[in-house]
Design a protein around this ligand. Structure first.
Ligand SMILES: *[C@@H]1O[C@H](CO)[C@@H](O)[C@H](O)[C@H]1NC(C)=O
Ligand SMILES: *[C@@H]1O[C@H](CO)[C@@H](O)[C@H](O)[C@H]1NC(C)=O
Ligand SMILES: *[C@@H]1O[C@H](CO)[C@@H](O)[C@H](O)[C@H]1NC(C)=O
Ligand SMILES: *[C@@H]1O[C@H](CO)[C@@H](O)[C@H](O)[C@H]1NC(C)=O
Length: 416
């Protein structure tokens, strides 16, 4: 437990540190800066964003610094952007609920708990007394009425997020955009299954990502992997409830989309619409390559295995048919086991660009108890091979490319 006495001691240390010439600062092993030392009221009513930014700016200049939001206090922080570049190995350590955090231009940064980033408190505060709502916003979140992401990283590298809970986001919970070398570990995300568009972890234009030992419950994709992502590794992740792990939707409005080298292993998906899904819009270009889903346990998942190259989210209105498609090549499903409530597998690939190199090994899916009625698996333009146990048998309905070679497709006319 940190007391304010400790914080005052750190204040002294801080001032000392900042007064020291640069070489002496660099020699310091680590420095902890408490927001209490930077004027945080910590009463849960006053907006402490300014104190947080001040502590951040001080810590940013000191190598290996930690910004601490001590326990035993309630901090109210309106949306802020905490930005770099900063000295290496900066850590933010919230010990109590915090709200919307926006980070950019960081290299070598850690956010770690145990604390909660909760969207509920600030939402209800704004609803109950809009006049008192924190106005010290960094821009568009309030003004446009757009729903914010709770924790967002932009153009940041070598970032670790661990031992925190993120709950009740009005939209996406944890987002990485144009970033790389990301580690997410022991993170718990929880929002109700009926909360709209609440992705758990959202990745775009981000490479070299490791998501481990985390539990995600939300109303949309558990992990959403968008264009520009590669080398994404998920291990020991629980998704319950939600829409499962999802690559895409890619290629909307005829856009170029590229995703490659994704591994999801030891994944447990429950009470979800899908478990592992790849979705692309008609008309896009680009590719999805080298995706492996292995050791996936499912329970009460509507459609555990899905490829949908006819993805269209425009409500009842149908999307126009188009010929182009983001190509899908090299997707493996190994040991996908458990219960489904609607259709065990649905591989709906494009007429113009059939899916190739799809592999299924040991897939065992049975109807969930009380499922109102199930339909048979579907393979449409999906080429590859099935090995090992297939239950139900039709789940391995992949078309053989062997003998008939690959399906006839036009050469890819893009570079990823
Ligand atoms: C990444 O950050 C860690 C810890 O902050 C540090 O040890 C490592 O050297 C950094 N690596 C790069 C490539 O910046
Ligand atoms: C995981 O994070 C929680 C806080 O959300 C913490 O209490 C727990 O000790 C962490 N577990 C490990 C193994 O670090
Ligand atoms: C597929 O992706 C995985 C994960 O990034 C990688 O380890 C592996 O080398 C890739 N395989 C090919 C053939 O590129
Ligand atoms: C698209 O093509 C499918 C299959 O050929 C057809 O059933 C559907 O009606 C078409 N949709 C539109 C909007 O034209």
């Amino acid at each position: 437990m940190w007391s304010s006495v400790v914080s005052v001691a750190f204040l002294a240390a801080t001032l000392l540190c900042l007064a020291l010439p640069a070489p002496a600062v660099a020699a310091a092993r680590s420095t902890t800066l408490s927001v209490l030392s930077f004027g945080a009221a910590a009463d849960g009513v006053t907006d402490d964003a300014e104190a947080l930014v001040a502590a951040w700016q001080a810590a940013c200049r000191v190598p290996r610094a930690t910004v601490l939001l001590p326990s035993g206090h309630r901090f109210l922080v309106s949306p802020v952007t905490l930005q770099g570049p900063c000295s290496a190995r900066l850590t933010l350590q919230p010990r109590r609920p915090l709200q919307w955090l926006n980070f950019k231009w960081l290299n070598g940064f850690t956010i770690q708990g145990a604390g909660t980033v909760d969207g509920q408190s600030i939402t209800s505060l704004q609803n109950s007394s809009p006049a008192n709502a924190p106005q010290r916003s960094t821009g568009h979140w309030h003004s446009s009425g757009a729903k914010p992401t709770l924790v967002r990283f932009y153009s940041s590298f070598n970032v670790t997020v661990r031992n925190i809970r993120i709950s009740n986001s009005p939209q996406c919970h944890l987002k990485f955009d144009s970033s790389g070398s990301i580690k997410v570990k022991n993170v718990t995300i929880s929002s109700p299954g009926d909360s709209l568009n609440t992705d758990g972890i959202h990745l775009q234009n981000t490479r070299d990502v490791e998501i481990r030992s985390s539990s995600i419950g939300c109303g949309d994709d558990c992990v959403s992997i968008q264009t520009g992502c590669s080398n994404v590794h998920m291990k020991n992740v629980v998704c319950n409830p939600g829409h499962g792990i999802s690559v895409g939707g890619l290629g909307k409005d005829n856009s170029l989309a590229c995703v490659s080298d994704v591994v999801a292993e030891n994944i447990n998906v429950q009470n979800a619409l899908y478990a592992v899904r790849i979705k692309t819009w008609q008309g896009g270009v680009g590719s999805v390559r080298n995706i492996t889903f292995s050791n996936v346990r499912v329970a009460n998942v509507a459609t555990p295995i899905a490829i949908d190259q006819f993805y269209c989210d425009r409500g009842g209105a149908r999307c126009a048919n188009r010929t182009g498609a983001v190509a899908i090549a090299g997707v493996a499903y190994r040991r996908v086991v458990g219960t489904y409530s609607f259709q065990p597998a649905r591989l709906a690939c494009s007429d113009a660009r059939p899916c190739t190199g799809v592999t299924m090994v040991d897939v065992r899916l049975s109807p969930a108890a009380g499922a109102p009625g199930t339909v048979a698996p579907l393979c449409w333009n999906s080429y590859g091979e099935a090995r090992g146990t297939m239950e139900p048998l039709g789940v391995g309905c992949l078309q053989r490319s062997n003998g008939y070679a690959m399906p006839l497709t036009q050469p890819f006319n893009y570079t990823c």
